[in-house]
Design a protein around this ligand. Structure first.
Ligand code: SAM
Length: 285
């Protein structure tokens, strides 16, 4: 049987294939500092001896740091064909934990119940983000934790009006053209902008006030700490995917009001002025 034409494949599969073209060409991309910040308010010290699941692990860049937190068991599922690269990326830490990776669709797999389920940078790329959040809760054991991060609708006007129209075209082009012909030249002016904002923010009075009033201020300070290669990776990631939804605070609050979630345990943090970090515990019953 021949494979269906590209456009006939489900959107999530096309998204996963597009990401695989990115993930299979890089090693782990996050620093330990980024990992810690991504999980705050959770304390990585509490992951020790826990059963942990990542939904949509990309190339294992978060699993790498999670493995060093000594969980009892670390499981990951990813729709893209990235298992080989991920195993190579995790080789140095694989002995520190019981690591179980599989290729599959987070919407349909049943991997059991976990003490911590995390889903970072994935829900906003799904055709149906709410179904993705349901999978997060479905895998969280009663009384245990979930933690997610998504692009916000709020604070992303520039990205939604400038990057999004380019992405809609770029995601149909060969990956190498998107990476080197579009992401590379387009991210260079943003790299200079972020570095300039970072310098301005350290100035006094008027200069730092000016910096704060400019678009993507907080996000730019966050990414300005990294080298150009990370900017390029992020830009390629943004342009290569066929599906991105910018999720509003109202939508995330609706998810957190799910009857399976214990309302006393929830948190919602506006991260870097343009994304939502949120989580809580499943009810104990
Ligand atoms: C932006 S990446 C984030 C990867 C990783 N969580 C990280 O932060 O480095 C989104 C990932 O979700 C995966 N993905 C998309 N739809 C999926 C699905 N239905 N099931 C499992 N993984 C999926 C993509 O293939 C991609 O690797």
């Amino acid at each position: 049987m021949t494979a269906p034409p590209l456009d006939d494949q489900p959107t999530d599969q096309r998204t996963a294939d597009a990401f695989a073209s990115s993930w299979n060409r890089v090693g782990t991309v996050y620093t330990r500092e980024q990992f810690d910040e991504w999980f705050r308010p959770l304390d990585p010290g509490e992951f020790e001896k826990q059963e942990v699941l990542e939904l949509g692990f990309g190339n294992g860049s978060l699993l790498y740091h999670m493995a060093t937190c000594s969980p009892a068991r670390l499981v990951g599922v990813e729709l893209g064909d990235t298992l080989e690269q991920t195993r190579a990326n995790l080789a140095a830490v694989a002995e520190k934990t019981q690591l179980e990776l599989q290729q599959g669709d987070l919407l349909t797999v049943d991997l059991g119940r976990f003490d911590l389920v995390y889903c970072i940078g994935v829900l906003h790329h799904l055709d149906d983000p709410s179904a993705g959040f349901d999978a997060v809760l479905r895998h969280t054991a009663p009384g245990q934790r979930f933690h997610c991060w998504v692009y916000a609708r709020e604070g992303n006007l520039v990205v939604r009006s400038i990057v999004e129209p380019i992405r809609r075209v770029a995601c149909r082009l060969p990956w190498w053209f998107t990476k080197y012909g579009l992401a590379l030249p387009l991210v260079f002016p943003y790299f200079l902008y972020a570095k300039a904002l970072s310098k301005l923010s350290k100035g006094t009075g008027g200069l730092s006030r000016l910096a704060k009033s400019l678009p993507l201020y907080e996000y730019s300070l966050w990414i300005a700490r990294r080298r150009f290669a990370f900017f390029h990776h992020v830009a390629f990631d943004q342009l290569v995917t066929p599906q991105t939804t910018f999720l509003s605070q109202a939508q995330v609050l609706k998810w957190l009001r799910d009857s399976r979630v214990d309302p006393a345990t929830t948190y919602l943090i506006f991260r870097n002025g343009n994304s939502w970090k949120f989580g809580g515990r499943r009810r104990a019953d």
